[in-house]
Write a protein that binds this ligand. Sequence first.
Ligand code: TEU
Ligand code: CA
Length: 520
Amino acid sequence: MTEQRDGFIRREWWKESVIYQIYPRSFNDSNGDGVGDIPGIIEKLDYLEELGVDIIWLNPVYESPNADNGYDIADYRSIMDEFGTMEDWEALLDGLHDRGIKLIMDLVVNHTSDEHEWFVNSRDVDSEYHDYYVWKHGRTDVDGFTGHLGPEDEAPPNEWGSFFGGPAWAYDEEVGKWYLHMFDEKQPDLNWENPEVRDEVFEMMEWWLNKGIDGFRMDVINLLSKPDSVTKHDPPLNDTNMWEAFDGPRMQEFLEAMYDRVLDGHDAFALGEMIGQGMAMDTARDYVEAEGPLSTLFHFDHVLLDHGGEIWERDDWGLNELRDVLNRWQYGLAEKGWNSIYLSNHDQPRLVSRFGNDGQYREESAKLLATLIFTLRGTPYIYQGAEIGMTKYPFDSLEEFRDVETINPVQNALDNGTIESFDSVKGALRQNSRDNARTPMQWSADDNAGFTTGEPWIGVNPNHDEINVETARADPDSIWHYYRELIDLRKQHDVMVYGHYDVLLNDHEEVWAYTRTLGD
Ligand code: TEU
Ligand code: CA
């Protein structure tokens, strides 16, 4: 990494940047088919420049059957038809670079789509591709086990559940074995133990970097290395649960190889999404120390506070819990490593509806939360729409949802009677569902908030007549201008980027006070 030392400050361009996240499906539709697209983003390049952001993180735009909105990739080297062409993508990159804005792409390499040709070929046990995925035999020594959609006398290889509900293994009749999918059935996990898989991924990363991108946001990256119970046994030993599937024994080795082979040579920004809760700080520091392998990470500690175990369950939280988890990271990565500061993204409900008040004090609390994002120590993230204080959506039926993570578990629970009715969980889903973040960007008070001239793929929030970019930009006191000023302020003052964080009043229930100080 080309790091510049300036006294105690270890300068890096990505520490000094503000990142803006674009979820293309919901950003801007250029051709009236109801789906946001790359030409639609190009139409808004001036908007991004005027806001003043430095890096765009683009959610997946690769060819995909969209079982999980692009996180199920069928071809890593092509653009999804709905989003445009490779020429469109190149024009986007040029347009950003012309304005001094960098671009990072989503790297989804824990799994592919089941429609990726590697997976299709892997069904042939004699093919070299068979070993690209985690195919295992089921267990026959389990007494009385009949479930999990395999053969009558076979239990799945272990008892892991998928993050999207149901078992983490799917039986394939043609193969006579089960494949692992930590997410949807249409997202089979790649077998990172296989050196060919690692080579394929590293080559693909190199290919994108050579096209001129500035780095990657790496999806569920700490899931790549699976526990020995799975990698070294067939059938696996059934002695781990899915919550122990993170930070596996070869994680460091895999990421260091990625750094040496690919990232280092390009001075690429590498942001790793780390799933799980309460990661040990030593583990975290190993991932993001100054010499690599990653630049920074996303943890989930603060966004799990209000989640119950199931998508329709809620938990209480208070300022003390929020401050405690974020303090742990502020101090934990103070000397070594670097934080990413986010309060929302495409998987997390709207920040003002969640950590603030989206009614009477919407403006005030949106500004307060922006202040928090920009004054903690770390690189700040703005998820599209946060800059105008967009809110959660008033979902009224299961049919209005689009997300597998909501639909599958809720439908299963309705079918088996775990929940009584949609209405009994409506309140929690309006709070928890990822679809709250995925409703279209509200550009104006026009029909469909100016997002599309057609039928939007997901509902547009009816509050767009009040909450929209046009209105916000016309009002000098708006949330939008507040974000813009914070971005400026961060550019002007090193202390906002590099200053030490020190908490005051560490147990006050209503006040979170801290200082940032530049100096040794
Ligand atoms: O998300 C990782 C992840 O763990 C999510 O399932 C998250 O915990 C959940 O959405 C919170 O409600 C990444 C992507 O950001 C997400 O969009 C993908 O669905 C997922 O990986 C699988 O690729
Ligand atoms: Ca479109």
